[in-house]
Design a protein around this ligand. Structure first.
Ligand code: 13P
Ligand code: SF4
Length: 418
């Protein structure tokens, strides 16, 4: 049985490079991209900015990097825990003590209170969350500070505060006769700590892709409407699955008054969707699903809910990265499964189940360019630092922001995935 597409044709419209179809991948040293959704974070001092990894680590051969990582882990023992998101490259995942989706990794950060350092192989908002949930004396480390999330950056605190002021002016902020607030803010985990704090302050909550439905139910018990940011697609897909009509889901464009909506549309809204999206999942299309079904009759299509609604509707199933992992685990030898999510997870599942045909829906396979920034070179460098007693690339959320964000995160942790 084959596992992944072996021939990849170059799409002239594509922004992805076909050379990225398989690892091992080189360093991404471009200095242009900052630390992602970190506007409110305290920058570590000294900070190695993107592109400034010491030359020795850039030039070290792969085998030596892995040897150093293993040696440092052995030396540090229980004083260290390494967390890895499913989208991390295999060269990094092999060193993780826990591999999971965003919800599982937020919980994993809580399960090792004895660890002095939590090294988060993921993106910035995940490390921030670990810092908020962990004990004050634990250090959270993001191996490469340029590992942000472009979706998280699409909702900044100032724009969300401005939107909130407009909504309060239009709808008030007093509970109605049913005891419910006019609007409850819900932020996707993929957002800055500042926005999680905003939700904590305003009776809101955080969700992940695995518990978004439970969280929306929680929010509708307390509010007549939800302001959902930053991912319009997760918000729309989840609300639609709950039976909410598209006519009650206006989109909020932060550059326009009232988000580009009429007063009436906002009064009648159930879920106001922020104009944000994931650039990886936005690439999946209905045409790709049709192509997969034409080429592989009987193929099962499973996608992540960050994909646009028509893609989720055309798929056989949709869910978080862990849902996708479980979907594949529950399949049978000989099954053909097309997956709409980040390619590292797809390739890993294909390798894990060689008796099934598993491939990425997008023929021009595109890794998440920010998850990709955690290279073994960065991991070796931060771990060597810990062995030497130096905490490199520590993520520290301002204590006031952290306290307010924790309120919204603890509500999220109580909202279990279905
Ligand atoms: P989950 O791990 O929650 O499925 O999220 C996917 C993702 O995009 C993380 O950035
Ligand atoms: Fe952000 Fe999308 Fe990458 Fe996840 S896959 S980190 S949402 S850009």
């Amino acid at each position: 049985m084959t596992s992944v597409h072996t021939t990849i044709t170059r799409d002239p419209q594509a922004s992805c490079d076909t050379d990225l179809a398989a690892g091992p991948w080189v360093f991404d040293l471009s200095p242009g991209y900052g630390p992602g959704a970190s506007q409110a974070d305290l920058l570590p001092d000294p900070v190695v900015r993107p592109g400034q990894l010491p030359a020795a680590y850039q030039q070290m051969d792969e085998a030596e990097l892995h040897r150093r990582i293993r040696a440092a882990k052995q030396t540090l023992g229980d004083r260290l825990v390494v967390l890895g998101h499913f989208y991390q490259r295999d060269e990094v995942v092999q060193h993780a003590d826990f591999v999971g989706d965003s919800f599982q990794l937020a919980n994993a950060a809580l399960t090792r209170p004895e660890a002095e350092a939590i090294v988060f192989c993921g993106v910035h908002f995940m490390a921030e969350t670990a810092d908020i949930l962990s004990r004050p004396d634990q250090h959270v480390v993001l191996p490469n500070l340029a590992a942000g999330c472009s979706m998280a950056d699409m909702a900044d605190e100032e724009s969300v505060e401005a939107a909130w002021e407009e909504l309060v002016e239009l709808l008030g902020d007093e509970p109605g006769t049913d005891g419910r607030q006019p609007v409850v803010p819900v932020t996707y985990m993929n957002s800055s700590a500042a926005l999680k704090a905003f939700c904590g302050r305003h009776g809101g909550i955080v969700c992940t892709s695995s518990n978004a439905a439970t969280v929306l139910e929680w929010a509708f018990e307390r509010g007549r409407r939800v302001l959902f940011f930053p991912d319009q697609h997760l918000g729309r897909n989840t609300a639609k699955a709950m039976g909410i009509g598209l006519d009650r889901m206006p989109m909020w464009d932060p550059r326009r008054p009232l988000g580009g909506n009429s007063e009436q549309a906002l009064r009648e809204a159930a879920v106001i969707l922020w104009h944000g999206f994931c650039s990886v999942h936005r690439r999946f299309s209905v045409a790709q699903i049709e192509q997969a079904r034409a080429t592989h009759p009987g193929v099962q299509v499973v996608v992540h809910p960050e994909c646009p609604m028509p893609v989720v509707d055309a798929a056989d199933a949709a869910g978080s990265t862990d849902f996708i992992r479980r979907y594949v685990a529950a399949s049978s030898p000989g099954d053909v499964i097309a997956i709409g999510t980040e390619v590292n997870l797809v390739n890993r599942l294909a390798a894990e189940y060689p008796d099934r045909t598993i491939f990425c829906l997008d023929p021009v396979i595109c890794p998440c360019s920010t998850m990709y920034r955690i290279h073994p070179g960065y991991l070796a460098w931060v771990l060597d630092g810990l062995v030497a007693g130096e905490v490199r690339n520590q993520i520290t959320v301002d204590p006031t922001v952290a306290e307010q964000a924790r309120v919204a995160l603890e509500r999220m942790l109580a909202a279990l995935p279905r």
